[in-house]
Write a protein that binds this ligand. Structure first.
Ligand code: HPA
Length: 235
């Protein structure tokens, strides 16, 4: 057991899918995994281990934002020897190059968070995806005929931005979409020498104001989960 996870050693698989919403973790386990067992309900942050195509995989909710994700990612890497984490999340499109339900695979993540500024004493660390996972996810998407965008996410600490004009500056420098977790995940994977990838579907469009319906979110979430599982369990 770690502070926030009730699993015994060995109860969490080396490969973990990580949605923000714990109820999504439950849905992924029930929809995609065989013999899924719940190993965590501490603070309602559900975690499950089961099998996908005969291989063990876990699904762990991260909660919203980098501080919450960091708690779970730290404990997965340091206490449970997890080797790969693939975030499966949602994001808000910042550019009209994206439309609702598009899938974004994050090659890297910018942030307004102070977490890395403190960790690196003012230097700017560049959190990037594991290249093997990134390439495998792009290949899996291609095989399924799902078109994806590969590029930068902006991992913001604020869902309700105090200074939206700074988000616009990010877009000028090629950022595709906003979410709240990828930067911390990439940084922690690097710290522990493990692999991480963030895949997000566009749930809302910041430029047009459009939003997906619950049914649309479920369908696109399925595509993304299958891409994530094929990438994470490719060898
Ligand atoms: N902002 C931050 N995170 C998000 C958004 C957003 O608009 N949409 C989905 N995740």
């Amino acid at each position: 057991m770690s502070i926030h996870l009730a699993a015994s050693p060995g109860q969490i698989a080396p490969v973990v899918l990580m949605p923000g919403d714990p109820l999504r973790a439950k849905w992924i386990a029930e929809t995609f995994l065989e013999d899924a067992q719940c190993y965590n309900n501490v603070r309602g942050m559900l975690g499950y281990t089961g099998n996908w195509q005969g291989r063990p995989v876990s699904v762990q909710g991260s909660g919203m934002g980098q501080p919450s994700l960091s708690i779970y990612a730290n404990e997965l890497f340091s206490e449970y020897d997890v080797q790969s984490v693939v975030r499966v999340g949602s994001c808000g499109a910042l550019t009209d190059r994206l439309v609702l339900r598009d899938v974004v695979i994050a090659s890297g993540a910018c942030t307004d968070s102070s977490m890395n500024r403190i960790a690196f004493e003012g230097l700017d660390y560049a959190p990037v995806a594991d290249f093997g996972l990134l390439r495998a996810a792009v290949d899996a998407a291609e095989r399924r005929g799902t078109s994806v965008h590969v590029g930068l996410l902006f991992s913001s600490d604020s869902f309700y931005a105090a200074r939206p004009e700074l988000t616009a500056r990010m877009v000028d420098y090629g950022v595709l979409a906003i979410e709240m977790e990828a930067s911390a995940l990439y940084t922690l994977a690097a710290k522990y020498g493990r692999k991480a990838l963030a895949i997000c579907t566009v749930s809302d469009h910041i430029v047009t104001g459009e939003q997906t319906t619950a049914t649309e979110r479920e369908q696109t979430f399925s595509d993304m989960v299958e891409i994530a599982l094929s990438a994470a369990l490719r060898d």
